[in-house]
Design a protein around this ligand. Structure first.
Ligand code: GLA
Length: 511
């Protein structure tokens, strides 16, 4: 049975609420709680929704909002504004909200000319991030090999170091939410959960470093993390930056749950400064835009590019093709705003790679990799590297793909064509006058024979080109602007080409 969440008003007044499907670990994270305007809840009659303040996060209690399974659906506005607290829940009046927006806009205008300048991430960062695959799975008694604990991160570090990932550039091993104890220590310092991280983060960082890798950690600009662990407030920004640096952390993802626009407008730049002040180069991933609608005027991308190495613009990725499509759609629709903001040291982040998990077919996995590469996206895998199939390894370890993703010019690609036959073409300019071209089919019938020419795709600079298919490695020679060619694109799949001009052997790219 579906019902509007308004019918669940008593539940919505809880500071945090979670719905748990007793058959599995499906939880409705607190970050989604405030979107109730756009939420509908599906009653399945078998789950328990419980009031779960941080202190009780481990012990589920029955509560008045009993027995339902929660499902997020899209609201009329197209994009669910997942994490911004609802004014009526956060106690902000519409008038105060407007005043706040004005203040934030003014703040953005007078933002100091401070730059992060940590010299990091001149090409999109690559590595492994726990969230999409492992979420907030903290029951290590029942599922010791798949819960958020130090052993998981050590195991992934082992795989990255031993299975050829590290040499290809996948060097970050990143912790996400749910690593902390529920309280800071007496000195106000963040501490890891003592049972799941008994050796501490410093020891984990040492281990990761000993394997030639880097460690990333997660915090949240707000009163608590999306899953209810201690947040970083304006008062603790400097302390938390110092703590992370003292542990030897190499990257920070700063989420934005449970904060106001004003706190974010002050907090994200403050953290950039605090990280700089530690003297340790720490890559800085800001989720700020994703909490303010992702677009100007609320989001000041010029400022972001100065103070963050990468930023999440849009919704969380979920383990489904539909989720990938919604992200690709949003990035393409807003490419005029987003594309110019990416460059060496500062990247748009469409979120993690799903490859190796459950939601994508082989074609779709190849498509996600190609599309993320053409978008100059950070490549963070979130999958069990102990069990990934050779087929998926091949996609993620494709050398030419990675060289394209890591092209030193750092120009984000754009969708240049959308045909009525549901074929889309994306082009990313690369160094040495080369380009990456992704022919993407949204069709659901059969392999489609798409006929076009380089001229039709605006390749005008050179008389002669050659292309290499990034997945099959076939080379297509003798392409002039007018040469018609046909690519056969599988349903929800891609053909990806690396196209380069032929102007004399010495100027061939990649040689
Ligand atoms: C938000 C972020 C996710 C993840 C979770 C953790 O939803 O967007 O990437 O970090 O919080 O709770």
């Amino acid at each position: 049975m579906l019902t509007d969440c308004a019918a669940l008003a008593p539940c919505l007044s809880f500071p945090i609420w979670r719905c748990q499907d007793p058959r599995g670990s499906q939880t409705l994270t607190p970050s989604r709680q405030p979107v109730c305007l756009h939420l509908r809840l599906e009653f399945k009659g078998s789950s328990i929704c419980s009031k779960a303040p941080p202190a009780a996060a481990g012990s589920w209690q029955a509560s008045p909002c009993l027995s339902f399974f929660c499902r997020q659906t899209r609201g009329p506005a197209g994009r669910d504004n997942l994490q911004a607290p609802l004014p009526h829940l956060s106690g902000e009046s519409p008038r105060k909200d407007w005043a706040m927006k004005l203040l934030v806009a003014l703040l953005a205008l007078v933002a100091p000319g401070f730059s992060l300048e940590n010299g990091l991430m001149r090409t999109p960062p690559m590595g492994w991030l726990a969230w999409e695959r492992y979420r907030c799975s903290i029951n290590c008694h029942e599922d010791p090999d798949n819960c958020i604990n130090e052993r998981l991160f050590m195991a992934m570090a082992d795989r990255l170091a031993e299975d050829g990932w590290r040499e290809l550039g996948y060097v970050y091993v990143n912790i996400d939410d749910c690593w902390m104890a529920l309280q800071r220590d007496e000195g106000g310092v963040l501490v890891p959960d003592p049972e799941r991280f008994p050796s501490g983060i410093r020891a984990l960082a040492d281990y990761v470093h000993s394997r030639g890798l880097k460690l990333g950690i997660y915090g949240d600009m707000g009163s608590m993390t999306c899953m209810g662990y201690p947040g970083t407030t304006l008062a603790t920004v400097a302390l938390d930056a110092q703590t992370f640096a003292s542990w030897g952390v190499d990257m920070l993802k700063l989420d934005g749950c449970y904060s106001s626009s004003l706190e974010r407008a002050l907090g994200y730049p403050a953290m950039a400064k605090a990280l700089n002040n530690t003297g340790r180069p720490i890559g800085y991933s800001c989720s700020w835009p994703a909490y303010d609608g992702g677009l100007p005027p609320e989001v000041n991308y010029t400022l972001l590019a100065d103070i963050c190495n990468l930023w999440r613009n849009f919704d969380d990725i979920e383990d489904s093709w539909q989720s990938v499509l919604s992200i690709v759609d949003w990035f393409s629709e807003h490419q005029d705003v987003l594309q110019p903001m990416a460059g060496p040291g500062h990247w748009n982040d469409p979120d993690m790679l799903l490859i190796g998990n459950y939601g994508l077919s082989f074609e779709q996995a190849k498509a996600q990799m190609a599309l993320w590469t053409v978008l100059a996206a950070p490549l963070f895998m979130s999958t069990d590297l102990r069990a990934i199939s050779p087929q998926n390894v091949d996609i993620l370890q494709n050398k030419l793909m990675i060289r394209i993703n890591q092209d030193p010019l750092g120009i984000q690609g754009r969708r240049v064509l959308k045909t009525k036959h549901h074929i889309e073409v994306f082009v990313r300019p690369l160094s040495k006058d080369a380009s990456a071209v992704v022919f993407f089919s949204r069709r659901t019938d059969m392999p489609y024979r798409y006929r076009t020419s380089l001229g039709a795709l605006n390749f005008t600079g050179h008389a002669l080109y050659e292309a290499q298919d990034v997945y099959t490695e076939n080379v297509i020679s003798g392409l002039t602007r007018d040469t018609d060619f046909t690519v056969v694109i599988n349903p929800s799949g891609v053909v990806m080409w690396h196209v380069y001009p032929i102007v004399g052997k010495e100027s061939l790219p990649w040689l």
